[in-house]
Design a protein around this ligand. Structure first.
Ligand code: C5J
Length: 227
């Protein structure tokens, strides 16, 4: 692929070298995104998260066609919960919480059906899947090593939820020197007001955490608007 490229974005054009850019797909897990999962069981409307699936799939397909790196993350814990801070488990005083039997197996436990990535965005063999115990994808994981070994400097960020794991990861990436482009139609929140505020925060103050664009604008640059 030719490079460098530039995508229309806010607060200004996002320039990137494709060979140094990875797609990050954050926590597109059944328990957050699917109807009947843990997120919906807590009373959340999963529709805004589901709206991010199709545009994310198009971007994922484009990265795969261009043979650019894709990295997926999943939030969750070991079956014995030894990597789950008691404070995280206790928070919310939930009747069904982390580690408990939920609608799709034990909630946020690795190996359970609900913990895994939705079928529409299933990782391909060879695409790293980073299992993270926290909200940020860099905390207590080998993500930074994986990115460094691939020579990555820029991240195209998608996933859920915008104000929690996406934001935490973008902030961590920013502090580590990565340039982040967040695709606003490829990230989702259960709360429309949080989605709007989280997107605004990223691009505020000259792009304090990064840039914001859309899947369409990125795809037009990556492959001339191919559907
Ligand atoms: C949350 C996440 N919202 N992946 N996790 O607890 O954003």
């Amino acid at each position: 692929m030719r490079g460098p490229l530039a995508v229309p974005a806010e607060p200004y054009e996002f320039a990137f070298e494709p060979s140094q850019t990875a797609l990050l797909v954050i926590d597109m897990q059944r328990d957050f995104v699917d109807r009947g999962g843990f997120g919906e069981m807590l009373g959340n409307d999963v529709a805004p998260l589901r709206r991010a699936v199709e545009p994310t799939r198009r971007v994922l397909d484009a990265f795969r066609r261009a043979r650019l790196p894709v990295v997926h993350t999943r939030e969750g814990h070991r079956p014995d919960l030894s990597d789950c801070p008691p404070s995280k488990r206790a928070r919310g005083k939930l009747a069904v919480g982390i580690g408990d039997p939920g609608p799709m197996g034990r909630v946020l436990v690795r190996g359970e059906h609900g913990h895994d990535i939705i079928d529409d965005l299933k990782p391909l063999p060879g695409e790293p899947v980073i299992d993270k115990p926290g909200k940020g994808a860099f905390y207590a994981t080998d993500l930074e090593l994986v990115l460094r070994d691939k020579g990555i400097r820029s991240l195209v960020v998608t996933g859920v939820t915008t104000e929690v794991c996406v934001h935490t990861t973008v902030r961590e990436a920013n502090d580590r020197g990565y340039e982040c482009l967040v695709l606003e139609d490829c990230v989702g929140s259960y709360f429309p007001e949080f989605q709007a505020a989280a997107i605004k925060m990223i691009k505020a103050q000259g792009g304090i955490f990064g840039w914001v664009s859309t899947s369409r604008q990125l795809l037009e640059v990556l492959e001339g608007g191919r559907p």
